[in-house]
Structures are given as structure tokens and as C-alpha cells.
Design a protein around this ligand. Structure first.
Ligand SMILES: C[S@@+](CC[C@H](N)C(=O)[O-])C[C@H]1O[C@@H](n2cnc3c(N)ncnc32)[C@H](O)[C@@H]1O
Length: 254
């Protein structure tokens, strides 16, 4: 996959990319990132890329011609069918499902980072396939949104994660938050690891994890449960954990 980023601040990417899974994915797994300086596509010799909005109002807008020229250049350097994404507070709020779709479709991506008050609407109408928002807040530019999207996609690309299972087992996969996790040592003062995780009984551990994930999702993100109601495996896990809890309780009383 090739990801082209159109930005006024390519240096924001060069600082962040050599770190973590993003660089590993792209460098080692044959993917490519291309940083495109929007100013190189200015139509005047001053490198002007912004202008005042028609109708008045504060701030400046990124002009249409340089953006359309930069998108054209990025498309010519990408595989046919490259998807053009503009980051905007008006877009679809980014979800794990978007990342899964982008990584599994495998189309090249062209990311447009807005600045100032945003971009001329005609670019969106003529050249953008999807608008993506990071959430209900306003950033000063689309660069952090682009880095977020790139990092999220990179770790889903085959060969990137050391343990392929870890991507299947994470928050938002199948609409659940992740269960609590622990590592050594078993005890830190009064803080102990739940006994079930030390039992070596993998069926029990799986049931515990499923029921913990379900309980956490119910408490913190009930909206996810509406979209992804409890499934058969979870119902079984809950039943199993209740039986185990009863057995343990009976054991204590004896
Ligand atoms: C200051 S913002 C412009 C905000 C715009 N005037 C509005 O009210 O929707 C400048 C650029 O930052 C990016 N941006 C800001 N907030 C964002 C968000 N929540 N998600 C994605 N991109 C965002 C967009 O590319 C936007 O064009």
C-alpha cells in the first residue's frame, strides 16, 4: 500500500514516523509513504496556497488549484483506484472498522491535511472520496489525524504485528473493550493478579476474559453493546464464570 500525504508540514511526519510500528510496517513489508509539500503546487512564484473566504469571515482557506494539482500528482504516482481522504471535523468519526476496511481493501491512500479554516469546498466535491474526523473537537491541522490513521492501519497490515493474535483480541474488535491484563510479578504489596489467570486452565481463562470484557464494555461503552449484542460464546462464558464463582463460594463456606 502506498500512502501519500499532502501537507504544508511534512516535517511533522518525518519526526514521528521512524518510531514504532508505523515505520516497521512500511519499511519492512514493502509499503510506502510519500510526503507531498502542498506549497510545491502553488500557482504563483510566492508559493501562495491560501486565500480569504468568499462572503467574508475570519481566517484563510487552502486554495483549490494547488490542492487539486497535488491530488492529481499523487494519483498519477499511485495505483488506479487510490482513495482520497480529507481530514475534517465534519467527517465520519474514525472507528476501528474504518482502519480494518482501509487495510483489508489495500487501495493506495491519498491523505489531505487541512490547515487554517479548512479547504475550498470544491476540492471536497470534486476529488475527495471520504471525510474523516478524529472526534468532536477542533485541531489546528489534519497532520495528527493523518498520523493517527497511518499508525492504526499499519498495525493491521499482514506481517506487522509480532503476534497476529494480538490484533484479533483488542479493544473494538467485535465491539468489545479489552479485558484487564497483568504481567509479573504476581503480587505488588496488596495488589494481586486474579487467581484464574494463574490457574493454567485455558478454558476458564478464556471465559474470564470474555466476561470481563463484556462487563467493562457494559459499564463504560453501552453504545457498543447496542451495536454488537452479547453473542453465544459470551453467554456461555458468563454462565461458566457464574458456575465457577458458585463453586468457589461453596468451597469457602466448607
Ligand atoms: C482549524 S481546523 C478547521 C476547522 C473548520 N473551520 C471547522 O470549523 O470545521 C484546520 C484543519 O484541521 C483539521 N482538523 C481539525 N479538527 C479535526 C478533527 N476533529 N478531525 C480531523 N481533522 C481535523 C482539518 O484538516 C481542518 O481543515
Amino acid at each position: 500500500m502506498k500512502i501519500s500525504v499532502i501537507t504544508l508540514f511534512p516535517e511533522m511526519f518525518t519526526g514521528a514516523m521512524p518510531w514504532g510500528v508505523t515505520s516497521r510496517a512500511f519499511a519492512e513489508c514493502g509499503h510506502e509513504i510519500s510526503l507531498i509539500q502542498l506549497r510545491d503546487f502553488a500557482t504563483d512564484r510566492h508559493g501562495t496556497v491560501d486565500d480569504r473566504p468568499y462572503g467574508g469571515g475570519p481566517g484563510m482557506l487552502l486554495k483549490a488549484e494547488p490542492l487539486l494539482a497535488a491530488i492529481g500528482a499523487a494519483k498519477r504516482a499511485s495505483k488506479p483506484g487510490a482513495k482520497v481522504i480529507f481530514f475534517s471535523p465534519s467527517g465520519e468519526v474514525l472507528k476501528q472498522q474504518h482502519l480494518e476496511a482501509f487495510s483489508s481493501e489495500g487501495s493506495d491512500l491519498i491523505l489531505i491535511c487541512g490547515r487554517y479554516e479548512g479547504i475550498d469546498q470544491r476540492v471536497i466535491d470534486a476529488a475527495v472520496d471520504v471525510e474523516i474526523s478524529l472526534g468532536d473537537f477542533v485541531l489546528s491541522g489534519g497532520e495528527l489525524a493523518a498520523l493517527t490513521l497511518m499508525d492504526g492501519i499499519a498495525r493491521l497490515l499482514p506481517g506487522v504485528l509480532g503476534d497476529a493474535l494480538s490484533a484479533e483480541d483488542e479493544s473494538f474488535v467485535d465491539g468489545r473493550l479489552e479485558y484487564p491484563q497483568y504481567t509479573r510479578p504476581e503480587r505488588i504489596g496488596d495488589l494481586v493478579v486474579p487467581e484464574v489467570l494463574l490457574s493454567g486452565d485455558h478454558r476458564l481463562i478464556d471465559a474470564w476474559r470474555r466476561s470481563e470484557a463484556l462487563a467493562k464494555t457494559e459499564q463504560r461503552r453501552p453504545d457498543l453493546l447496542t451495536a454488537y449484542p452479547p453473542n453465544e460464546a459470551e453467554a456461555l462464558a458468563l454462565k461458566h464464570m457464574k458456575t465457577v464463582a458458585k463453586t468457589l463460594e461453596a468451597g469457602k463456606k466448607d
